[in-house]
Structures are given as C-alpha cells and as structure tokens.
Design a protein around this ligand. Structure first.
Ligand SMILES: Cc1cc2nc3c(=O)[nH]c(=O)nc-3n(C[C@H](O)[C@H](O)[C@H](O)COP(=O)(O)OP(=O)(O)OC[C@H]3O[C@@H](n4cnc5c(N)ncnc54)[C@H](O)[C@@H]3O)c2cc1C
Length: 459
C-alpha cells in the first residue's frame, strides 16, 4: 500500500468514525424522542398544569433543555427542535427555561380548557374579586420556590396599591389577611412584615402546609429563591425537618403573627370594599385578602364499608413507627408509591399496593425505578387492576380483575388525591377557569419584548 493511500485511509478513519457515531447517536435520540411521544400519548392528552412553551422560531436545537429536567423526558428533540413529549410530567421546575441560551422557553399555564377548574387570575395573582389574591399551588403552579415567589410578589402589589390609594390606615382593619401558612403564606407574611403592613395569618392546621405533612426525613428538592426577611436561600436539597426549622427561625425573628388551628369558613366583601374574614373563633376585617390554601383540600375517600375504622389513614409521616405489620396502600401516584416503599423498608412489614389501573402512568421517573426495585426485592407487592371493596378489622377485601380477594391486614393507607377547595372558592366569589390572564399576559409581554429587541437591533 502506498504512503498516500495509507494517509487517506487514516484520515477517513479519524473523521469518518466520529461522524458515523454522531449520526448513529442522532438517530438513537430521535427514536427515543418518538418513543417518549408515544408513551406521552398513552398516559396523557398533554400538559395538565404549568409547562414549558417553546418558541420554535428561536429554538437553536442545542438540547440543553432536554438534559436538565429532574422529571425526565418532558422535552425531547424532534427534527432539531425541542418539543414537549410528556407534558403531564411537568411540575414547573422551570430549569429548562432558565438554561435555554436563547430564551426560547417560557413557563406557561395549561390552556383554560384544561384548567377549567382553576381560578382565573391576572398576572398580579388577583382573582375576579378585586383585592383578593391567590398564590401558591392553589393558582395552579406547584413547587415551593413558586409558592415563595408568588407570596412575596403579591404582597408587593398590595403594598403599592395601599400607598397609591393614599387612604388613611384604620387600626381595626388589617392591611391584609393571609389565609394558609404553607410556603406561599409564610413568604407572604414575611414580606408583609418587611413592607411594614398590618397583617394576620390564619392557618387551620399547623405551620408549614403540605411540607409539614411530608414523610419524616423526606428529602426536599428546591431551587435558589429570594426569601423575605432572609435574602437568597440557596440550598437545593435538604430534609423536610431542616426546611421547617429554617422557616421557624426566620418567622421567630420576624415576630410572626399567626392564628393556627383556625380555619377560614367564609369571606364577605362589604359595600365599603373591606373584606370580612370569618372563622369559628372570630371575624377579621381587611383591605386585601391573600388565599394561600394550596390545592390539597380534603383527602378523597374510597367510600367503602369499614373505611371509618381507626386503622384507615390518609397521610403517612412516620413510616418507622410501623413494623411487623400487614399493610395495604391504595393508590397509584407518587404519594402512594413513596408510602408503600417507606413502609416496605421497615422490618417485618408485608406491604401490598392496590392500584385500579394496569400500570403506573403518572409517576416520577425516579419513583418508577425505585418501585421496580422494591418489587424485585419483595418489599412491595403491587396488585394492579384492583380496588378495595370492604375493610374489616383484621382484613381487607379487594376486587381484582373481577374476582374477590381477601388479604390479612393491620393498616390501610389511602392516597386517592384530594378534593380541591373549589366549593370554598366559589363561596367566596372567585371565578374558576374563565380566562388565563397569566399565560396570555406573559406570552404577549415576551413577544412584545422580542419585537422591541429586534427593532432596536435593526435600527
Ligand atoms: C408528597 C409531596 C412531595 C413534594 N415534594 C416537593 C419537593 O421536593 N420540592 C418542591 O418544591 N415541592 C414539593 N412538593 C410540592 C409542594 O409541597 C407544594 O407545591 C407547596 O407546599 C405548595 O405551597 P402552598 O403554600 O401553595 O400550599 P400548601 O403547602 O398546601 O399550604 C396550604 C396551607 O393552607 C391551609 N389551609 C387550607 N385551607 C384553609 C382554610 N380554609 N383556612 C385556613 N387555612 C387553610 C392548609 O392547612 C395548609 O397549611 C411536594 C408535594 C407533595 C404532596
């Protein structure tokens, strides 16, 4: 072989092999994306709440967004552009939007047709009732960082309105009453302190909201967020206990005014525009009201005989309090799966998980992997296509694919979701699902900003 030919072959190998691998990799990713789309079609009709909106005209196909999502394959690249393939998995981290180098992604809410049961809100989180606001998960956006951001920003709006109105402050009327002391309500309360508003926070249960009800030592994932009365909170992972302790410390420093164990039953607006917030213990007057009551509502029940027995529960906090027990967990979402795995890890427990469908369809990718491992290790037995039809003191009766099966049982946990507080919202005059101001406002603003930027570049 002459020397030139050898060099030519070497060059071809050096350039050709990586090119071949690159093309093969592209094809594999394309095939994976298409498979993800098919899975998405099976499990969902599309995003049900907040999700990324990708402006294809700006997407440069860099793939950054597809690699950062903690929930897995929400986005994929098809034809060189990012597209949503599993919108139902999105819980609003928004990291894809943060990392997009060209700003082609914005987080938006579901279309009003999907979010028909969600309250209609303006971009300032105001409801159809003037000066009544909704922040946090109740407005449709999950995650602690979103709740903190919205609680803080909403109080800034109220502060601006109060100072713009120039009306004299009345000692018997609070500037704002905040309902709920989860992350959104805590953030709003701290900002109210910072902004020197007179406020009262009313919480029907305990401080911390849904976070306080997470299982013990649950690892909470969060993102850097500006926390009122503290500054930048930069932790990305910490235990539920550490997060609650952090809030307690800041709240203590701020002389937090909260009435716990007091639920708000009604809110009426007088002709003078002042709200009357009614609980069983009292009535409180306020210029503005912030509803930060989450969407958990009341746990949905199975409605089967025996459900009133004391061994039936709807929340699990201390899994390690239960050992050597026969346990049934009911449900197919992340909460049910996490509870089943937590209980399955305790000594001597025999845990069965009853789910009415033939496969888990709406769970986080990491839970899917972990539950498969638990099943393999014999820690959890999943009974698909099943539902409890009776609960007895020492047993449960399931209907499994049309047949009856009895299991020995000490405890039952039901995770069938909650009834969102929509009746409460209607009662206090909040309109549901009419118009998604938030989405359209944000999108229009972004388009306008882009148009302005393009014009200024052109001139
Ligand atoms: C199992 C689980 C794990 C999660 N893990 C994470 C995570 O790792 N990272 C993350 O960012 N997010 C996580 N989330 C989501 C996060 O917990 C919620 O998005 C967040 O708590 C919402 O905050 P919120 O203040 O809007 O509502 P909530 O936290 O639900 O608080 C609402 C509060 O309002 C009170 N309330 C309700 N009605 C009334 C009434 N009528 N009167 C007075 N008070 C009332 C409730 O008692 C409650 O304390 C998780 C959620 C669950 C269920």
């Amino acid at each position: 072989m002459n020397e030139n030919l050898a060099t030519l072959l070497l060059c071809a190998a050096v350039l050709g092999v990586p090119l071949l691998l690159y093309v093969r990799n592209l094809k594999r990713r394309d095939a994976e994306a298409r498979a993800a789309i098919e899975r998405g079609k099976i499990h969902s009709g599309g995003p049900t709440a907040q999700h990324p909106h990708i402006d294809a005209a700006y997407c440069i196909g860099c793939r950054t967004c597809t690699t950062v999502c903690p929930e897995g394959d929400v986005l994929a690249m098809i034809g060189g552009k990012a597209v949503i393939v599993n919108g139902y998995k999105c819980i609003g981290h928004g990291i894809c939007a943060e990392v997009c180098p060209v700003g082609a992604i914005t987080m938006v809410m579901a279309k009003p047709s999907v979010g028909a049961e969600m309250p209609a809100l303006t971009t300032e989180y105001e409801t159809s009732q003037e000066n009544m606001f909704i922040v946090g998960e109740l407005g449709g956006l999950a995650l602690i960082k979103n709740a903190v951001n919205q609680g803080r920003d909403c109080i800034d709006t109220i502060t601006q309105r109060l100072s713009a109105s120039g009306a004299a402050r009345r000692p018997e009327v609070y500037d704002v009453v905040i309902v709920g002391a989860g992350p959104a309500g805590i953030s709003a309360s701290l900002r109210a302190t910072e902004n020197k508003l007179s406020y009262l926070t009313i919480e029907r249960d305990e401080l911390g909201g849904t976070v306080a009800k997470y299982p013990r030592q649950k690892l909470v994932m969060t993102s850097p967020v500006e926390f009122p009365m503290y500054g930048k909170f930069t932790k990305r992972e910490l235990s539920k206990e550490s997060l609650l302790e952090f809030w307690q410390t800041v709240l203590h420093r701020a002389d937090f005014k909260v009435r716990t164990g007091e639920g708000v039953d009604e809110i009426r607006k007088g002709d003078d525009g002042i709200f009357n917030v009614v609980t069983k213990q009292g009535q409180y007057r306020a210029q503005a009201v912030v509803l930060a009551i989450g969407r958990t509502g009341t746990p949905r029940k199975l409605g089967v005989p025996g459900e009133e027995l004391g061994k039936v529960m709807y929340r699990l906090i201390e899994a390690d309090h239960y050992i050597n027990k026969q346990i049934l967990v009911v449900g197919g979402g992340d909460s049910a799966i996490e509870a089943a795995m937590g209980l399955g890890n305790q000594t001597g427990n025999k845990v069965s998980l009853s789910y009415r469908k033939s496969e888990f369809s709406r769970i986080k990718e990491r839970n899917r992997i972990r539950i498969e491992e638990s099943i393999r290790q014999g820690k959890v037995t999943v009974i698909y296509n099943s539902m409890p039809i009776e609960i007895r003191p020492d047993a449960v009766v399931l209907e499994v694919a049309g047949e009856t099966r009895e299991l020995q049982n000490d405890f039952v946990w039901v995770f069938a979701g909650g009834t969102p507080p929509n009746d409460f919202l209607k009662k206090v005059g909040v309109q549901l699902g009419e118009k998604d101001f938030t989405l359209e406002g944000a999108k229009e603003k972004q388009d306008a900003d882009r148009a302005r930027a393009t014009l200024s570049q052109a001139s």
